[in-house]
Design a protein around this ligand. Structure first.
Ligand code: AMP
Length: 552
């Protein structure tokens, strides 16, 4: 591990620091702190990290500094296994480079060539693409790599799994000798190690170790984000859990302020804690938490490091941390001095990998938690409402009010129960006492209407081919054959990768694959539109035209 705790320490240009500040990034994640200095120095690098660790910024920030922005030629090439990742990485680069005059282009299979060619002609500096399409452009001489300064292989193990490694090597062989290479991979299978040995020059290895253990007094639960927005989920949790002090962790400085404001508006005694707040003021905020003047802190990782407040009963990971070590640091803020503590993690569907990594590291499965139902929340609200009445009866001098009420009852002959209810309504004001299912219902309804829109659209798309004619609604599979087989070294991954990326067919829809010596059969959805078939007929697999044909 390095001691770097701020982006300022990383010798990045002001334009990038400004962008990071605007994005609300407070400090580099471990993979960023470890990778950025070496990449800035121009060294090759092997980074073992997966999605969700901040690896995109780990390579994009330093490599964006290598580009000569007056030269309108490709200088940075980032290869990704899928089109989704290509788009995501291109967008991330765009965000980081927003104060630089960078021309960034994602290129991937399945997308029309016209726009790609137009953009390439205009002169792009950064290309993020899937191997097949990049290869294609190099072959057609529409993508020239003479000025390439750096190359990134992102998710190299995925590229191997999807059968792209030969394409990657083909591209690597066509890059200038002096280019810098960064290879990122979650795992390091032998083939990837071999590629690294062959093409990288004395690379620096970066692997973030997960060594810290979690206290056994902390109960760790997670909630799969669904059905409710995270903000509603947080307030529900706080309504039914018995808590004392709480730290809620979010990813950015901006999020600390936004969430703290919303929580205050919902009646919680809450403050934001982030690195933009001067040290003295930060100490005062922490003191307030210690003294019980506030109950909830919304914080980023850095400022909460080492925070030692005994009354913290709950840590809520509102945004999942970028690495397992941060998770351990975060939840270590509770369960202090042998007390029991509660750690709750909100996990979005695409963040499940990190959840698995955390479970693996802590060596204990986390407990799945259900969101408290509307009914549970309401029972709790009614209970505490009653307790408040008892407390007032016990602790307040009520003579003056009881005289007035007595007068009122005499004058009106009203039912005392109704009078008490009217007073409760006055005390409650405009905020409803009980929760309705509205947010949940709205969320569900929206989701369902989106789903049915999607379904309708899919049905429309499925029903028509390119000319708008109806196609049979048969979702069975049909068998196709390809002119490549064992003799060409083909593996199932090659087939899936090529078909998925070139024809935009999700790998889920690719059926049984049978590889013979000189040909392969593969089951694909029946009734594919002509244009998709045309694309598939042009696919290359293991450097050979695959010649896809419907099997008779
Ligand atoms: P990645 O692993 O590159 O897919 O990044 C995961 C998420 O973390 C993305 O939403 C990034 O915008 C975000 N992120 C990356 N680095 C940081 C950082 N240093 N501070 C806060 N968020 C970050």
């Amino acid at each position: 591990m390095t001691d770097i705790t701020t982006f300022g320490e990383l010798a990045l240009p002001a334009s990038l620091l400004k962008a990071l500040d605007e994005l609300g990034y407070e400090s580099p994640s471990p993979i960023q702190a470890a990778s950025i200095p070496s990449l800035l120095e121009g060294r090759d690098l092997i980074g073992q990290a997966q999605t969700g660790t901040g690896k995109t910024a780990a390579f994009a920030l330093p490599l964006l500094t290598r580009i000569d922005y007056n030269l309108h030629e490709p200088q940075l090439l980032i290869l990704t296994p899928t089109r989704e990742l290509a788009i995501q990485v291109a967008e991330a680069c765009q965000r980081y480079a927003c104060h630089m005059n960078a021309k960034i282009l994602p290129i991937y299979g399945g997308q029309a060539y016209t726009n790609q060619l137009k953009q390439l002609k205009r002169g792009v500096q950064i290309i993020v693409g899937t191997p097949g399409r990049v290869m294609d452009h190099i072959d057609r001489k529409t993508l020239k790599l003479d000025h390439l300064k750096a190359l990134v292989l992102d998710e190299a193990d995925e590229m191997l799994r999807m059968g792209f490694i030969d394409d990657v090597e083909w591209i690597l062989k066509r890059t200038p000798e002096q280019r810098q290479i960064a290879l990122f991979s979650a795992t390091m299978p032998k083939v990837i190690q071999k590629v690294a040995e062959t093409y990288l020059n004395q690379p620096k290895h970066v692997k973030i170790a997960n060594k810290t253990a979690t206290a056994s007094t902390i109960r760790q639960r997670y909630w799969n984000v669904s059905g409710l927005h995270k903000l509603d989920a947080l307030t529900r949790v706080l309504e039914v859990e018995e808590f004392d002090g709480v730290i809620v962790f979010v990813r950015t400085k901006i999020a600390t302020i936004e969430l703290a404001d919303k929580m205050v508006a919902r009646g919680y005694r809450c403050e934001a804690l982030n690195g933009d707040i001067p040290q003295r003021q930060r100490e005062q905020i922490v003191d307030k938490l210690k003294e019980g003047k506030i109950d909830i802190l919304i914080a980023t990782d850095v400022v909460a490091r080492g925070l030692d407040v005994e009354r913290i009963s709950h840590v809520v990971n509102y945004d999942i941390p970028l690495d397992t070590e941060s998770y351990v640091h975060r939840i270590g803020r509770t369960g202090r001095a042998g007390r029991a503590g509660e750690a709750i993690l909100f996990v979005a569907p695409r963040e499940h990998r990190l959840l698995n990594a955390i479970e693996k590291m802590t060596k204990s499965p986390m407990i799945k938690m259900d969101m408290p139902s509307t009914d549970q929340v309401n029972q709790q609200r009614i209970q505490s409402f009653k307790e408040r009445i008892s407390q007032v009866i016990e602790n307040k001098k009520l003579e003056q009010f009881s005289v007035i009420i007595e007068q009122y009852l005499d004058e009106t002959g009203a039912d005392p129960k109704i009078v008490a209810a009217a007073l409760a309504a006055i005390a409650q004001g405009n905020t409803p006492l009980l929760l309705t299912d509205k947010p949940f219902k709205e969320f569900k309804e929206k989701k369902e209407s989106r789903k049915s829109d999607d379904k309708k659209k899919k049905k429309r798309d499925r029903d028509k081919d390119k000319d708008g004619k109806k196609r049979p609604l048969d979702s069975d599979l049909e068998t196709y054959s390809l002119n490549v087989g064992h003799n060409d070294g083909v593996k199932p991954g090659n087939i899936v990768g090529a078909i998925a990326n070139e024809a935009d067919i999700s790998s889920r829809y690719i059926g049984h694959i049978k590889i013979h010596d000189d040909y392969t059969t593969v089951d694909l959805p029946a009734g594919m539109p002509k244009e998709v078939l045309k694309k598939l007929q042009k696919v290359y697999i293991c450097g050979k035209p695959a010649g896809l044909k419907r099997k008779q």
